[in-house]
Design a protein around this ligand. Sequence first.
Ligand code: G3P
Ligand code: MG
Length: 347
Amino acid sequence: QLHSATVNASRPAQAHYNVVFDIDGVLIKGKQLIPQTQRALQLLKENNVPYIFLTNGGGVRESEKADQLTKKLGIPVSPDQLVLSHTPMRSLSKKYRDANVLVVGGKGSDCRRVAEDYGFRKVVTPEEVHAAYPSVCPISFCEARPVPLTDSHLQNVNKPVEAVMVFHDSVDWGRDLQVCLDALVSQGGKLGTIKDSNELHSTKQSVPIYFSNPDVVWSNEYPVPRFGQGTFKMCLEKVYQHLTLQELESTTFGKPMKPTYQYAEAILDNIAPLQKDAGQVQKRTVYAIGDNPYADIAGANGYGWNSVLVKTGVFRPQGEENHHLHPATAVVDHVEDAVRWIIAKEQ
Ligand code: G3P
Ligand code: MG
């Protein structure tokens, strides 16, 4: 009894507040670990502060991302602590369970596995379309690789597409823009067909399209931010509008969208249930640490969370204007300063 009491005495009770980490530009930059990351995580552990990861990244299953982060960060990361850009899109599998869905983004069949993990039963990817019909995209820099096309894959390639879901950043914009546009202007989703010009200019797109993240740019190890899925979306919108004289209608998930924060709050409810105080459930206090004012800060502010902006990613101190658009609770140099500021504030 004494032993467990002693052990408990040495470890502070679970903190009454939580931290939500953005990943790219805060903890890592591409393949590089940001120098202050491990100290920041250690400080949260010493103060017993529950935390999760909320990223507009993805392209792999949550279990795979958790394994990648465990190796990169040097601490155990559970899939239950992770919200990827497409995690909330799992809910779409109810509506599209048996629909033929064009899943776009990421390398090879990674996003196919994500979609099947979510319960989508009929998936086709632009890479498989390209493998089945090499002439679909003559300009692709990805040679139509001999993708192992099973009969069911081939069937799906020849079946009308019923929805397009961009699960991650495209690795071949030429191919993916082409195949997405083909589906959007097709006759009933049938790739290789196109509406007649009258219909093209007077009716809505042939299939719905969903994006998992609106980031125009994001921060990897290159000295300045790189195009994100939001730029791919802008290109597709522009080409669609040029061809049809209509606006492309779409649904976007990821930060700063509210469904993403509702999903993250549910994850926090699981790992750090709120305590009752005299019968009243406490209000959850959350500090979201991010590098992108348009995603991380706008999203946290919009959801009523505290936001801490770091200068190691998309946000550049000289870029003051994009900070004032979405004023953060605090602006600090890096993630360790962010954690120290939060702990001091909650002391
Ligand atoms: O593709 C990832 C990028 O869009 C941003 O990721 O972790 O900064 O939200 P993150
Ligand atoms: Mg980021």
